[in-house]
Design a binder for this molecule. Structure first.
Ligand SMILES: [Zn+2]
Length: 140
């Protein structure tokens, strides 16, 4: 069986839906929630469709990359907006403290989103195989 299998064709969500589900901390394949026991502890498999989220060894490298991009983006945005808003008298210490807070808080807050969004991106780039999901538990 391949991703061209009739069981899969028409059931794999569009890439927009995959990313939207990931952005809402839901399983990209079936849309089920409750994927996290704690903020940073993700279930190994989807409780509804059984998708194993770490589809290949090293799967989470992509999530780390997304989290890094978002965190650096927030850091850059905070820096630029802070400098523009306070030009020409930059309050150096408050800006540094603000940037340190952003650099610590954003990666922690975005961590679970990076995992579900990355899983959605991974499915969009490397479609599901029939054996990965229990389609009897997923609405058509
Ligand atoms: Zn699922």
């Amino acid at each position: 069986m391949t991703s061209e299998d009739p069981e899969i064709v028409g059931r794999t969500p569009s890439w927009v839906r995959l990313l939207a589900r990931g952005a809402l901390l839901r399983c990209p394949a079936c849309g089920s929630g409750h994927l996290f026991r704690r903020w940073i502890t993700m279930a190994e498999r989807c409780p509804r469709c059984g998708l194993r989220f770490a589809r290949i060894e090293g799967h989470w490298i992509g999530a780390i990359g997304i989290n890094t991009i978002v965190s650096f983006g927030a850091f850059l945005l905070t820096t630029v907006v802070g400098l523009i808003a306070t030009f020409p008298d930059f309050p150096v210490l408050p800006l540094i403290l603000l940037n340190v807070a952003v650099a610590v808080i954003v990666p922690l807050v975005f961590y679970p989103f990076s995992r579900t969004v990355w899983t959605g991106l991974d499915i969009a780039m490397r479609p599901l195989e029939p054996h990965e999901v229990d389609w009897t538990q997923v609405k058509a």
